[in-house]
Write a protein of this length. Structure first.
Length: 130
């Protein structure tokens, strides 16, 4: 059993002080940390669909960096701040994972770390051997 550990960085200044990585791969398993909708320039769109798209862009980028593909995803998690964002967030998930159909959970939360964020996502994947 391969227990080699590798990680992808988000570039966040908090990775070292908090002690986390954007994603970690051990053997065939990849876990992507909670991923917020932060634009490259720090901007956050107010549109929940755009936020979901940005979250998935970042999370799937980290997955790819560690050798994974959307088809390898076995579980997704959404954390949403309001019921009124569910349809927009779900539609984006369906665009990406409609044929893959991983196990998925959506949780309504009181808030996320930044009041502008309406959604955050997590991913678990298992990649093929080799």
């Amino acid at each position: 059993m391969d227990t080699t550990r590798s990680r992808a960085s988000s570039g966040s200044p908090y990775e070292g002080s908090v002690g986390f990585a954007r994603a970690v791969r051990v053997g065939q398993h990849i876990a992507v940390s909670g991923t917020a909708p932060i634009g490259e320039n720090g901007a956050v769109s107010p549109d929940p669909g755009a936020q979901a798209r940005r979250c998935w862009e970042i999370a799937l980028g980290a997955l790819a960096e560690l050798g994974g593909r959307p088809e390898d995803v076995i579980r997704t998690r959404h954390f949403v701040t309001d019921l009124d964002v569910v349809d927009a967030v779900s539609a984006v998930h369906g665009e990406i994972f409609g044929e893959i159909r991983p196990a998925s959970t959506m949780v309504l939360v009181a808030g996320l770390l930044d009041a502008r964020w309406r959604v955050e996502v997590e991913v678990d994947a298992v990649v093929a051997e080799g």
